[in-house]
Ligand binder design. Structure first.
Ligand SMILES: [Zn+2]
Ligand SMILES: [Zn+2]
Length: 137
């Protein structure tokens, strides 16, 4: 019995170390990307850092950031959701030419009436569209 637990211990430790390494790598890559990346964009960068980390693992780790409140998921009207390291409420602008997503500091996104049909509005975000600096040149 004792021998058995000794035998499995290094395996468990190796697995835990691998998980920690994967999480650290994904975080390092994701937190350096300030362009509201899609999961696929994070996958591509993670693959450069460590090709052994699979796409499913990257998706799983990204979603764990969202559920723990470390990152937010930004839905855009056409295309894949974006991941954002800035978790405080803010709005976004999407370039309709190159698809880049930028932060916009806006006030007054909330309507004057905070309750309608029994629904209490607590927050909101707006997705603007237009042309980014590069595409306006
Ligand atoms: Zn653009
Ligand atoms: Zn943002």
């Amino acid at each position: 019995m004792l021998q058995e637990s000794r035998a499995t211990e290094p395996v468990c430790r190796a697995k835990a170390t691998r998980n920690t390494h994967q999480k650290e790598t994904v975080w390092r890559v994701f937190s350096a990307m300030r362009n509201h990346p899609t999961a696929e964009m994070v996958c591509d960068e993670v693959a450069k850092a460590d090709p052994k980390i699979g796409r499913a693992t990257v998706y799983r780790i990204l979603n764990s950031y969202v559920s723990s409140g470390t990152a937010i998921k930004v839905p855009v009207y056409d295309g894949a959701d974006r991941y954002d390291i800035t978790v405080m409420p803010h709005s976004h602008a999407k370039c309709r030419i190159c698809g880049s997503v930028l932060d916009v500091s806006t006030s007054g996104v909330l309507p004057a009436v905070k309750e309608e049909n029994g629904f209490i509005i607590e927050g909101g975000a707006v997705l603007y569209y237009g042309k980014c600096r590069e595409c306006s040149k």
